[in-house]
Design a protein. Structure first.
Ligand SMILES: *Cc1c(COP(=O)(O)O)cnc(C)c1O
Length: 373
C-alpha cells in the first residue's frame, strides 16, 4: 500500500515531535528535570550539548519540534503566552518605532503595550481586527490576532501581510484561538506566530505555556535565555502528551459551538452571537477562506451582569471560569476582568461533553435566567 504523501491532521498531531521508534523505549520520553547537566571535565560546555536548564532542555526540544512541524517553522516554547508575546514585542521593537495592535484582542497585550512599550518610547496604535487598517508606513511591527479574543472578528492575514511587507513592517499573528490546525499564519505570509499553549492547543485546563514560531528564531531563543521566561519540563511534557488529541478535541468543540451558536441565535434575550463558522456571521467570508477549522468558542451578550449570573447559577454543565479550549464547557463574563466589553458579554468555551447535553443544558439555563424556566 502506498503511503499518502500528505498526512491528515489526526495523524500529524499523534506523531508530531516523537523520537524514532526504539525497542524498549516509550513513544514519548518522560520529562527531563535538570538544572545543570554533566559537563565534559576537559572541554567544558559544548554548543549543541545540554549544559544548563535555563538554556537547554530535551523535553522543550521535543515539543518545539512538534509545534514547529504543525506551524511550518521553528518553535521556541515559553512559560506562558504573555511571555511569548513579550519576547516578540521586545526583541523587534526599539524606541521611536510604531507597533500596530488589535484594539479588540487579548486585553493583557494592550495593557503590556500601554504599561511597558509606551514607556520605552514605542508608539502604540490600536486597530480593530475587522479593520479598517490605516496605511502601515513607518510601522515596524503589525501584531494581528485572529480570530480575536473575545469578540471573534477575523482579519485576512495574507492580504494584510502583503500590505505590511510593502511598507517594510514585520507581521506577527497571535493564533491562540485558532491553533495550528485552524490556520497556518506562516504559510499565509506572516513572519512570526505567537500563541498561548494554555488554551485549546493543550486543552486540559492543567498548564500555562506559550510559544513563538517562525523561520529563524535565534533572537527569540536568546531572549528566553536572557530573561529566563522558561517553561517547566513537566508542563512542557504534559503539553506534548496532550497534543496528540488536538484533532479530536477541536472536532467536538467546533461541532458543539456550531450547535450552540444556532441555539443562541434563536433567543430573544441574546444579542450579537459571534461564531465565525456561521454563514450569518460577519467574519464568515474571511474565516471560511482562511481557516481550516473554526474554534469551539462562541461569544454573545446577555442584557446585563445579573442576567449572566442567573444563567451561570442555573446551568449544570457550564462552569464559571476563564480561559478556553479545555475539556469542560465554561463561560466567562469578560468585563469582570477589566476587558472593555459590554457587561453582559459572555465568552463560552465548548468542551468535550456530548453536544446534545450542552445544548439542552444551555437551553434550560437560559430559560431559567430569563424567568421562564
Ligand atoms: C490567553 C491568551 C494569551 C495569553 O496567554 P497566557 O498563556 O495566559 O499567558 C494571549 N493571547 C490570546 C489570544 C489569549 O487568548
Amino acid at each position: 500500500m502506498s503511503e499518502r504523501s500528505v498526512l491528515g491532521d489526526g495523524t500529524r498531531v499523534v506523531r508530531a515531535g516523537l523520537p524514532p521508534a526504539v525497542p524498549g523505549q516509550p513513544f514519548l520520553p518522560g520529562p527531563v528535570f535538570a538544572a545543570p547537566y554533566h559537563l565534559d571535565p576537559a572541554t567544558g560546555p559544548v554548543p549543541g550539548r545540554d549544559g544548563y536548564g535555563r538554556t537547554d532542555n530535551p523535553t522543550w526540544r521535543a515539543l518545539e519540534s512538534a509545534i514547529g512541524d504543525l506551524e511550518g517553522g521553528e518553535c521556541v516554547v515559553f512559560s506562558s503566552g504573555m511571555a511569548a508575546i513579550t519576547a516578540v514585542l521586545l526583541t523587534v521593537l526599539r524606541p521611536g518605532d510604531t507597533v500596530v495592535l488589535p484594539a479588540d484582542g487579548y486585553y493583557r497585550t494592550r495593557a503590556l503595550a500601554a504599561q511597558t512599550l509606551a514607556g520605552l518610547g514605542v508608539t502604540v496604535r490600536e486597530v480593530p481586527t475587522a479593520g479598517r487598517y490605516p496605511p502601515f508606513d513607518g510601522v515596524a511591527l503589525v501584531l494581528l490576532e485572529t480570530p480575536a479574543n473575545p469578540g471573534l472578528d477575523v482579519c485576512d492575514i495574507a492580504a494584510l501581510a502583503s500590505v505590511a511587507h510593502g511598507a517594510g513592517a514585520l507581521v506577527a499573528v497571535d493564533s491562540t484561538t485558532a491553533t495550528p490546525l485552524g490556520q497556518q499564519p506562516l504559510a499565509l505570509g506572516a513572519d512570526l506566530v505567537v500563541a498561548s499553549g494554555t488554551k485549546a492547543l493543550t486543552g486540559h485546563s492543567d498548564l500555562v505555556l506559550g510559544y513563538v514560531a517562525g523561520p529563524a528564531l535565534d533572537p527569540i531563543r536568546n531572549w528566553r535565555n536572557g530573561t529566563g521566561a522558561v517553561p517547566g519540563p513537566f508542563e512542557t511534557w504534559l503539553a506534548h502528551r496532550s497534543l496528540s488529541t488536538l484533532d479530536l478535541r477541536l472536532a467536538r468543540q467546533s461541532a458543539t459551538a456550531a450547535a450552540v451558536a444556532d441555539l443562541l441565535a434563536t433567543r430573544p434575550e441574546v444579542g450579537s452571537v459571534r461564531w465565525p463558522g456561521r454563514p450569518a456571521d460577519p467574519a464568515y467570508p474571511v474565516a471560511s477562506r482562511q481557516m481550516r477549522r473554526i474554534p469551539g468558542i462562541v461569544t454573545f451578550t446577555l442584557p446585563d451582569a445579573a442576567h449572566v449570573a442567573r444563567f451561570l447559577g442555573a446551568t449544570r454543565l457550564v462552569g464559571a471560569a476563564t480561559s478556553f479550549g479545555g475539556p469542560h464547557t465554561t463561560a466567562d463574563r469578560r468585563a469582570q476582568w477589566g476587558d472593555p466589553v459590554p457587561d453582559g458579554l459572555v465568552r463560552l468555551s465548548c468542551g468535550l461533553e456530548d453536544t446534545a447535553d450542552v445544548v439542552a443544558d444551555l437551553t434550560a439555563a437560559l430559560d431559567t435566567a430569563a424567568g421562564s424556566g
